[in-house]
Design a protein around this ligand. Structure first.
Ligand SMILES: Cc1ncc(COP(=O)(O)O)c(C=O)c1O
Length: 413
C-alpha cells in the first residue's frame, strides 16, 4: 500500500486518502511512493516467487491496496518473455526477447494500468469514470469497470480501430466518437467531469495507471533471471518501448528504482529506447532538440493508433528516463511498421500490434547504425494483440476452390 502521492515535477505532497488527478500546484503528474525501507526483508524475490497469485497482484505490496483480495483483477500481467528465433533481419541477435503483452485481458498492456486505477477508484468510492483513449485503454477501462460495477464514459477519435469501439460497446461503456485527436478527447473529459460527476482516468492524469504498468518492469527482472537460469534478478541491456503517453516507460523506470531501493537489484540500468511513428513523434523531436518538454506535434497521423499522441503530460519524465538511461529515441514510418508486423508474424510466430511492429523495425535501424550490438540482451515490447488491427490487413483476392471439381487442386501453387 502506498504512503505518499507527490508531484513528479515540483514534489508537492497530496493526501493519499482522496481522489487526485494532476498536481494542484503545477498541473503535472503525481507519482506514488511506498515505505520501501519497511518492506525491505519482508517483500523479497523469494516471497514473490512463493506466492500463488496468478496476476500482477503478486506484487501487491508496491501497488495501491493493502490486500490482493481487494484488487479488481481479471488475471492481468505475468505475460511471457519469448526468446526470438534467429531468423529474418534480426538473425544475428543471440539474445533478443519479446515481452508479449497481448496475453493480457482485453489483449493489451492497458489492462495492468486499468486494474490498478479501477482498484483505487473503487476503494475511494468512485461510481463513474471517464477517459480519452486511442483504443486499447478504452477496451481495458470498459472491462475493468464492468468487473467493478462502475459506469464508464469513453471518448475516442472517430477513426479508432473498429475492434476497440466494438469491445467497448459490447462491454457496456458509454462510447463517444470525436472528430479530433486523443488530446481533443482529453479536453472533453476535462470539461465534462464536474458536470457529470466523472472521475478522470486519463493516463498520467490519474496516478495509479502508472503503478499497474510498472509491474512490467518488476516482471522483466524475474523473466530475465529465469531466461539466464539464475535466481538473482537481472535486467536486459536495452528495452524498446512503443511510446504514446509514455506511461509504461516511466512506470518501468520507477519499478527499477524501487527494486534497487528494496535491495533486489544494483544500479545498472537498461538503455531505454522510445519508438514513435514518423508523423507523430513529439518525444523524438524533443529528445533530438535537447528540450525538457515536447511541443504539440502538428497534424499527427499514424495507423498505429496507440502512438497517435501529439502531446504528453509526462514528457519531462520521459526525457529524464532517456537521459539517465543513456537511451535514445527513434521514428519509424507507417509502411515500415506494417512491414514489421508481417516480419514478426512470419519469422517469430507472434502477431504484433502495429505499435510493436514499429519497435521491431526500430531495433533493425539501430542495429544497422551500430548502436545496438548483436551480443546484447534486448527486450522488445509487444504491447497489444495484432488481432485488434485486422482492419489494417484486409485479405487479398483469395482463390475459392470448387471441391466438386477433381481438378481443383491443380490451382494450388
Ligand atoms: C498497443 C499500444 N502500444 C503502445 C501504446 C502507448 O502506450 P503509452 O501510453 O504507455 O506510451 C498504446 C497506447 O494506447 C497502445 O495501445
Amino acid at each position: 500500500m502506498h504512503t505518499t502521492l507527490s508531484c513528479g515535477k515540483c514534489g508537492f505532497e497530496h493526501a493519499i486518502d482522496q481522489l487526485q488527478n494532476l498536481c494542484t500546484q503545477c498541473a503535472k503528474p503525481l507519482l506514488v511512493g511506498y515505505d520501501l525501507e519497511a518492506l525491505k526483508g519482508r517483500f523479497t524475490p523469494d516471497v514473490v516467487r512463493s506466492r500463488t497469485i496468478r496476476s500482477m497482484w503478486r506484487f501487491w505490496d508496491v501497488l495501491p491496496t493493502d490486500s490482493p483480495d481487494n484488487a479488481v483483477s481479471l488475471g492481468e500481467g505475468l505475460t511471457p518473455l519469448l526468446k526470438c528465433h534467429r531468423r529474418g533481419p534480426m538473425e544475428p541477435f543471440e539474445n533478443l526477447y519479446v515481452k508479449d503483452e497481448s496475453f493480457n485481458p482485453t489483449g493489451s498492456f492497458k489492462a495492468r494500468g486499468m486494474s490498478a486505477a479501477v482498484t483505487r477508484a473503487v476503494a475511494l468510492g468512485v461510481k463513474k469514470v471517464a477517459l480519452p483513449s486511442a483504443g486499447n485503454a478504452a477496451g481495458a477501462a470498459t472491462f475493468y469497470s464492468a468487473a467493478a460495477g462502475l459506469e464508464c464514459y469513453l471518448f475516442m477519435p472517430e477513426d479508432t480501430p473498429p475492434a476497440n469501439i466494438i469491445e467497448s460497446e459490447v462491454g457496456g461503456a458509454h462510447v463517444f466518437l470525436v472528430n479530433g485527436l486523443i488530446s481533443d478527447c482529453g479536453k472533453l473529459v476535462g470539461k465534462g467531469k464536474e458536470r457529470f460527476g466523472w472521475f478522470d482516468l486519463s493516463t498520467l492524469k490519474e496516478p495509479f495507471r502508472i503503478e499497474g504498468k510498472k509491474t512490467m518492469g518488476y516482471e522483466l527482472a524475474f523473466d530475465m533471471a529465469d531466461a539466464a537460469g539464475r535466481t538473482e534478478l537481472q535486467l536486459p541491456d536495452v528495452i524498446f518501448y512503443p511510446t504514446g503517453g509514455g506511461t509504461g516507460l516511466i512506470g518501468m523506470w520507477k519499478a527499477f528504482d524501487e527494486m534497487e531501493r528494496l535491495g533486489w537489484i544494483g544500479s545498472d540500468r537498461p538503455r531505454m529506447v522510445v519508438v514513435q511513428a514518423e508523423n507523430c513523434s513529439p518525444i523524438v523531436k524533443a529528445f533530438q532538440d535537447g528540450a525538457e518538454h515536447a511541443d504539440m506535434f502538428p497534424n499527427a497521423s499514424t495507423v498505429a493508433a496507440g502512438l497517435r499522441v501529439p502531446a504528453a503530460v509526462g514528457d519531462f519524465l520521459m526525457m529524464k528516463v532517456l537521459r539517465e538511461s543513456g537511451g535514445t529515441a527513434i521514428t519509424v514510418s507507417d509502411a515500415e511498421l506494417l512491414e514489421g508486423v508481417r516480419e514478426c508474424s512470419r519469422h517469430q510466430g507472434i502477431y504484433f500490434c502495429p505499435e510493436a511492429g514499429a519497435v521491431w523495425k526500430a531495433a533493425q535501424k539501430l542495429a544497422d547504425s551500430g548502436w545496438l550490438k548483436a551480443s546484447e540482451r534486448i527486450v522488445l515490447f509487444n504491447t497489444g494483440s495484432g488481432l485488434k488491427y485486422n482492419h489494417l490487413f484486409p485479405p487479398g483476392q483469395l482463390p475459392v476452390l470448387d471441391h466438386h471439381d477433381d481438378a481443383c487442386l491443380d490451382r494450388v501453387k
